[in-house]
Design a protein around this ligand. Structure first.
Ligand code: UDP
Ligand code: GLC
Ligand code: MN
Length: 323
């Protein structure tokens, strides 16, 4: 539909990579909606060119910064003041309805049904479920609402220093007024939840439609070994679920890197991909472990999610039993 769009935001080249992967994932799942990315004026020409290939519209906006070091400090995320820039999404009045998605989200299946919802629909925040998480939300562009939101910022500021604090203050009856505005958690599954409620993740995680790499370390902060198709080096256990992280890298390395490469031409650039399958593979010591030892480790919560105990391997094992 021409008057409905998915919207994301990237103020710099790092988040631009996230936006490229998100846009590609929406396309790969055959969305019928337009794709729009709001960018900051700082973004390199190269990234802008790649974004133009994936998105229908690339719109340069002023970067708004809450400058609220005190509140952002409480979240240990001094970088998030610029998320006020997200509020510009209400100015996209050429569309009647939009779905905003953070640049650190990845779509796992078609989610066009989100457009059946009304403003403001969003999923609960895993840290405080009476607040919605502002990484995925349905909204109606309107200059009036945009004006009111900016006024709200001036008068009340944001309790977390970022857009989520403002939006929860502004749409303050979200928690209680209308259950149809509560998106199921599978539309904004954040890695945090996987580690705080693993049994629920095991039960329902397979239905996830959107993953959100919420937190300081983003997928593009890692290095990926294209030969072994693994994250190179250490992945802090609580960082994110490895299979989702690998899904992100698989799409980035296969679809986005070639586009970046084309734009950079002969100039070298940091894609984040390396080819070093020769480095000691974390799977090797695990394969030498007895299955009793592995069981013990698993029960102690020390599963080798990236190797022997990866979802793929568990699935293979189950398949052999079922045959
Ligand atoms: N963002 C951006 N530049 C920044 C920080 C954030 O463009 O320097 C945008 C981007 O779309 C990002 C969103 O704001 O996904 C929210 O920030 P982030 O995802 O880092 O917050 P988290 O979800 O980790 O709390
Ligand atoms: C949250 C959201 C993010 C938002 C940030 C700042 O954790 O995931 O989208 O920008 O808080 O409010
Ligand atoms: Mn995010």
């Amino acid at each position: 539909m021409a008057d409905q769009a998915f919207v994301t935001l990237a103020t710099n080249d790092g988040y631009a990579r996230g936006a490229m992967v998100l846009g590609k994932s929406l396309r790969d799942h055959n969305t019928s909606k337009k794709l729009v990315v709001l960018i900051g004026p700082q973004m390199s020409e190269t990234c802008q060119s790649v974004l133009k290939r994936i998105f229908d519209e690339v719109k340069v906006v002023d970067v708004l910064d809450s400058g609220d070091a005190a509140h952002l400090g409480m979240m240990k995320r001094p970088d998030l003041g610029v998320t006020f820039t997200k509020l510009h999404c209400w100015t996209l009045t050429q569309f009647s309805k939009c779905v905003f998605m953070d640049a650190d989200t990845l779509v796992l299946s078609n989610v066009d049904e989100l457009f059946d919802r009304e403003e403001l629909s969003a999923a609960p925040d895993p840290g405080w479920p009476d607040c919605f998480n502002s990484g995925v939300f349905v909204f109606r562009p309107s200059l009036e609402t945009h004006g009111k939101l900016l006024q709200y910022c001036t008068e009340h500021g944001s309790f977390d220093g970022g857009d989520q604090g403002v939006l929860n203050g502004f749409f303050s009856d979200w928690a209680t007024a209308d259950i149809s505005k509560h998106l199921p958690f599978i539309y904004n599954l954040s890695s945090v939840a996987i580690y705080t409620y693993l049994p629920a993740f095991k039960q329902f995680g397979g239905n996830a439609k959107v993953v959100h790499f919420l937190g300081k370390t983003k997928p593009w902060s890692y290095t990926y070994d294209t030969k072994s198709k693994r994250i190179a080096g250490e992945v802090p256990e609580a960082a994110t679920h490895p299979t989702f992280l690998l899904d992100w890298w698989a799409l980035y390395s296969s679809a986005v890197v070639p586009m970046l490469q084309e734009q950079y031409g002969d100039q070298p650039f940091q894609s984040g991909c390396v080819e070093e399958a020769s480095c000691s593979s974390p799977a090797e010591p695990e394969t030498q472990m007895s299955s009793e030892q592995r069981k013990q480790k698993w029960e102690q919560g020390q599963a080798d999610y990236m190797g022997t105990d990866s979802f793929d391997n568990i699935k293979k094992k189950l398949d052999t039993f079922l045959k």
